[in-house]
Design a protein around this ligand. Structure first.
Ligand SMILES: [Zn+2]
Length: 283
């Protein structure tokens, strides 16, 4: 059997011909093109869904590549939604994927906007956005399939207004940890910066000396993203300057040290150090 003939065979056998026939005209919104989103997008494209809107606000980070398999090294820093749509479109000639590089919480994504979809799939990494999509789907009476991860565990839950409980019916515990990519690259709440400084910056400034040069050299030899490595190297140098300044007996010696692109840092003013290092601010 050729690929074209065989393409829908299994989905048709599972769903039945009637339901399968509806897939081509079913308009799906997939929110999130990360770890869950890449997997889900591949699955719905191969199943035969014909119209997919894919929304994600994030850009691709080198650290995503071990699991977010729709992305390659050359895609680092590009929009997740755009690249994922491009990659997955090739899996099925009958699919149309509309990528949107944006935040689902923007006001233009209002209730009527949600109502254009037959089905919404959540593939998000934060409670705030998951709860927002839940509220919009409940208000607009749009079926939502909610999925998420906690450590190594995954959850999935179908939500339909007045038929099932909603995502918020059972209160969720506030997470005590955050994904490294959120903390490092896309902090959106004050707590992200506090967690980052407590778990990372604190160790860098007051912990044991750690020489990352060897690690970075090795990564460079293996052909890792040169720009990313240059940024890490710059960061390591800056950390070393601040560390030395903090440990200097005479704070006068340490005052007025020039840092790359960060201006002048006085060793006694840790606030300025924070401004320089807190991710997001320095971008
Ligand atoms: Zn509820």
């Amino acid at each position: 059997m050729s690929t074209a003939q065989g393409r829908g065979t299994h989905a048709k056998a599972i769903l039945g011909p009637e339901l399968y026939a509806k897939l081509a005209d079913t308009h799906v919104l997939l929110v999130g093109a990360g770890g869950i989103g890449c997997e889900l997008l591949k699955n719905i494209v191969l199943t035969g869904f014909g119209k997919i809107t894919l929304l994600d606000l994030d850009t691709i980070d080198l650290s995503n590549l071990n699991r977010q398999f729709l992305f390659r090294k050359k895609d680092v820093k590009q929009s997740k939604a755009l690249v994922a749509a491009q990659t997955a479109s090739a899996f099925n000639p009958n699919v149309k994927i509309l990528p949107i590089h944006d935040n689902i919480k923007e006001p233009q994504y209002d209730i009527p906007w949600f109502q254009q979809f037959d089905l919404v799939l959540n593939a998000l990494d934060n409670l705030d956005a998951r709860r927002h999509v839940n509220r919009m789907c409940m208000a607009g009476n749009v079926p939502l399939v909610e999925s998420g991860t906690a450590g190594y565990l995954g959850q999935v839950q179908p939500l339909l207004k007045d038929k099932t409980e909603c995502f918020d019916c059972i209160p969720k515990p506030t997470p005590k940890t955050f994904p490294v990519c959120t903390i490092r690259s896309t902090p959106s709440q004050p707590i992200h910066c506090i967690v980052w400084s407590k778990t990372y910056l604190m160790g860098q400034l007051f912990g044991e000396d750690e020489d990352a040069t060897g690690e970075l050299d090795a990564a460079e030899k293996e052909g890792e993203n040169a720009q990313e490595i240059a940024a890490l190297r710059k960061e390591a140098t800056a950390f070393k300057i601040v560390r030395d300044a903090l440990r200097s007996k005479n704070s006068e010696d340490a005052a007025g040290i020039g840092l790359p692109e960060g201006g002048i840092v006085s060793a006694s003013v840790s606030y300025e150090i924070l401004i320089f290092f807190v991710p997001g601010i320095r971008r």
